[in-house]
Write a protein that binds this ligand. Sequence first.
Ligand SMILES: Nc1ncnc2c1ncn2[C@@H]1O[C@H](COP(=O)(O)OP(=O)(O)O)[C@@H](O)[C@H]1O
Ligand SMILES: [Mg+2]
Length: 143
Amino acid sequence: MRIEADIHNLQQTDSLAMAISRVIKPPMIILLKGDLGSGKTTFVKSLVKYLGSDDVVTSPTFTLLNTYNAKFPIYHFDMYRLSSMEEALAVGFEEYFDKSRLDGICLVEWPENVEGLIDQVDLTITINKINDKMRKIIIKQGK
Ligand SMILES: Nc1ncnc2c1ncn2[C@@H]1O[C@H](COP(=O)(O)OP(=O)(O)O)[C@@H](O)[C@H]1O
Ligand SMILES: [Mg+2]
């Protein structure tokens, strides 16, 4: 499966997140790729809302991990400040990426920074910024 969507504004990003939310069931690991400011955290905000959580979504740039409560836990990672798999192991992140033990879903920004840490990937969402409002969003199965 590979879906490519030409997005013209925030509302369309939100609608795409709504559609994706319908096929999400734990345990699932979803990677979010794209440059700084492409819209990864914005997409997570919509996704968390449509998964039925009222929790406030913020960027985990400094906390590295935010946890939200829906019908299941949502683990929102931002690996931006990490620079290797070893650094992620040092803070104990490997337990979240073992799908046999995962009780919720993982949404991971900047997975490129921890290459080797995550192998059981369900979806990869790549956001390319075209201009201020427009994005090309590619969704594919696996890594
Ligand atoms: N169509 C769009 N989809 C997502 N974000 C958009 C869109 N149009 C404008 N934006 C803006 O782009 C910025 C994306 O920031 P953010 O989601 O924090 O990016 P990232 O997490 O990838 O660094 C936000 O200010 C958001 O409002
Ligand atoms: Mg972000």
